[in-house]
Design a protein around this ligand. Structure first.
Ligand code: ADP
Length: 671
């Protein structure tokens, strides 16, 4: 069937219209399956405006299935859906579709005309691309941190990015369509600003400046706005786009800076620090509060730098000048200390250090300097210096003293060494002397023995001849001769006794027996029986305590007891009978027994207590008390041979106590 015949019945020449249309017109026949469902379209007509013409020839399209021509299922399905909807609703349908084959977007109007499916397409590819671009831009704008706000010709909000939401706290939905300036109370800082802004927007379409506005939470904020006004082709105002930047944060920073400045001031006050800055360009010097304080000036009454310079003590002025000049010349830092006289007359020491600040070319721009009052530090330093010096001199003195002591000690040591060597020598001498003494003692012993022994013989001859003389010539000679002969006999007898005593004395050493374990009680018994006659005659009373067993020479011990007890009886007081007490005590630490023989006799004067132990020393005449003065000397010799000592304690006319010690040998036995 001819297309033309299809459209002719109502008399309208559609084909002629289609042929001249700028829109793309396609006419299709429907293909249905067994269930009468539309499955594809067959091209019946395309007008000259159709883009398909530029790809495929008309002959190759007409009569072909749309699925074949487009080679796209999606494209077909969009069309088939439209067919279904149009059949169902009985109305035409408008939709947008993308044609992959043509790489174009179309806005399509579809309807049925005489049973044929007609599509009228407009190429909207450009419009789509623009829309996409806008979307991307909007997306970018939404991510800008500043607020981006668009209003229309009546100042109603048409765009409101995330930045705007964050800045003002309003969601886009809340503010869309509302008058922006009213909602956020957007206003200028002053009337002039406002006038200026309106004028600039009107003439050049731009304005940049500061404004005040209010957030949703009522907080007032400072903002910086860049406003762009738009006009249509006819020059009518159609709206603005504003970029609004929050200035509140910089205000905070300013506050923080102020706080820091205050802290710096405080730190300067505490640290006695101040600073000044000399702007060389305009010759203006700025002084910090701390500097006023250091110089004792009132910060409220601004002083010139010269005031401060004049307070520097004259002798330090040149230091300041020299240092600053040198720093300026060499463009580097400086450091010096000066003395100042404060307003109150107080002299202080100030440490100054600073540097010259230059531009890129090296020209000096300014000098900055920090000054610190270091008077206390200097005082401490001085005190430390003094203390150090004192310490030094103390150490010096002590070292000197120590050296002196050392020297003295050295001398003492030397002296001691000499003394020691002398001592050693005298010890040696002493030893030699002892040896000598021993030898001479032995010689003496030998002499005593030999002489007493050898003297006996001639003495005996003298005695016997004198006795013979006495017998034969007694009464034949005159009375004087008889008396003389008697004297000779007496003297010879006495000499005999003396020689015997001497012999006994020397025999203590030479005729001593080996020590044996003997019972001191037994010795005492023997002694008492030997002295029986004297005891009886004097009516003496003898008592004793338990006596120990000792290692001793039995005969000599008997002689010792006999001498002591004999004396105790002999040197009695005539008016009372002798009472004698014998005892022995053990001295464990000294490992010895101390024997004592106590009497109630005439006693001994203190000055004689040593003398009586010397041979032949007596305190009485023979007429008073018989004896030769050998007894105690022999006793001493016996005790010493046994390794002991003998001494006497006495109260004259009351008692005498003779003590002697005998060492405890292993074989000695306790009583
Ligand atoms: P003698 O008995 O032969 O005189 P001794 O040597 O025994 O010699 O004593 C010396 C002197 O010590 C004695 O002459 C006497 O003066 C004094 N003497 C000794 N024993 C006693 C005593 N028990 N009491 C007082 N005097 C004593």
């Amino acid at each position: 069937m001819e297309l033309r015949s299809l459209f002719s019945p109502n008399g309208t020449d559609y084909l002629n219209i289609f042929e001249n249309m700028s829109e793309e017109v396609h006419i299709h026949e429907l293909i249905r399956d067994e269930q009468d469902r539309v499955t594809d379209l067959i091209f019946k007509y395309i007008n000259p405006a159709s883009t398909l013409n530029s790809i495929i020839s008309k002959e190759k399209i007409i009569g072909k299935r749309a699925s074949e021509v487009y080679n796209s299922q999606e494209c077909i399905s969009t069309y088939l859906e439209a067919v279904d909807e149009i059949i169902t609703t009985g109305k035409s349908k408008k939709f947008e579709t993308y044609n992959e084959l043509l790489n174009k977007h179309f806005s399509v109007s579809a309807f049925f005309l005489d049973g044929l499916f007609v599509t009228v397409g407009i190429d909207i590819t450009k419009q789509k691309e623009a829309e996409n671009q806008i979307k991307i831009q909007a997306d970018i704008l939404s991510h800008v941190r500043d607020a981006v706000i668009a209003v229309d010709g009546e100042n109603r909000v048409t765009y409101w990015n995330k930045g705007a939401e964050e800045l003002y706290g309003f969601e886009f939905e809340e503010i869309e369509g509302k008058i922006f300036a009213d909602v956020v109370n957007y206003r200028w800082l002053n009337v002039d600003d406002k006038k200026n802004a309106y004028q600039r927007l009107k003439i050049i379409g731009k304005w940049h400046g500061k404004n005040i506005s209010t957030k949703k939470n009522g907080e007032e904020i400072y903002v910086e706005s860049s406003i762009h006004a738009f006009k249509d082709d006819n020059g009518n105002y159609i709206g603005t786009i504003s970029i609004i930047h929050d200035l509140t944060e910089p205000v905070h920073i300013k506050q923080a800076l102020e706080k820091n400045y205050n802290r710096l001031q405080e730190a300067q006050r505490i640290g006695h620090i101040g600073n000044w800055e000399w702007n060389i360009q305009n010759n203006v010097t700025t002084l910090s509060e701390g500097l006023y304080r250091i110089y004792g000036l009132d910060p409220d009454n601004l002083a010139k730098y010269e005031t401060i310079l004049n307070m520097i003590l004259p002798e330090y002025q040149h230091i300041v000048n020299d240092n600053l000049e040198k720093a300026l010349r060499e463009r580097n830092s400086f450091k010096y200390e000066v003395g100042i006289r404060r307003r109150d007359g107080d002299i202080r020491i100030i440490s100054c250090c600073g540097e010259v600040v230059t531009d890129f070319a090296g020209h000096p721009l300014k000098i900055i300097c920090v000054e610190q009052d270091i008077t206390e530090r200097k005082e401490i330093e001085y005190a430390l210096w003094e203390a150090k010096n004192e310490l030094k001199s103390t150490v010096k003195r002590r070292t000197r003293e120590l050296n002196e002591t050392n020297e003295r000690l050295q001398i003492e040591l030397e002296e001691r060494k000499i003394t020691e060597s002398k001592l050693k020598k005298s010890e040696k001498d002493l030893k030699a002397l002892i040896e000598e003494l021993k030898r001479s003692n032995e010689e003496l012993q030998q002499f005593a023995y030999v002489s007493s022994h050898d003297l006996q013989e001639p003495l005996r001859t003298i005695t016997s001849f004198t006795q013979l003389l006495e017998r034969r010539y007694k009464d034949n000679l005159d009375s004087d001769a008889d008396e003389f002969i008697e004297y000779i006999v007496e003297a010879a007898k006495r000499m005999q006794t003396l020689i015997n005593d001497l012999l006994n004395y020397s025999r203590v050493a030479t005729r001593g027996k080996e020590f044996e374990l003997i019972d001191a009680s037994k010795i005492l018994e023997t002694t008492i029986s030997n002295l029986y006659a004297a005891i009886d005659e004097n009516n003496a009373e003898i008592n004793h305590e338990n006596l120990p067993q000792i290692m001793a020479d039995k005969r000599q011990m008997t002689q010792l007891f006999q001498n002591l007890i004999g004396n105790a009886i002999k040197f009695r007081k005539p008016e009372i009978p002798p009472k004698i007490h014998i005892s022995a005590i053990e001295n464990e630490s000294k490992k010895e027994y101390t024997f004592s023989v106590q009497d109630n006799g005439i006693g001994i004067e203190k000055q004689y207590m040593e003398r009586i132990f010397i041979i032949f020393q007596r305190l009485h005449t023979r007429d008073e008390y018989s004896g030769t003065g050998i007894g105690l000397a022999v006793s001493k010799k016996i005790v010493e041979r046994h390794g002991g000592k003998i001494w006497v304690e006495s109260e004259p006319n009351v008692r005498s106590t003779f003590y002697f010690t005998i060492p405890i040998k292993e074989t000695s036995k306790k009583p």
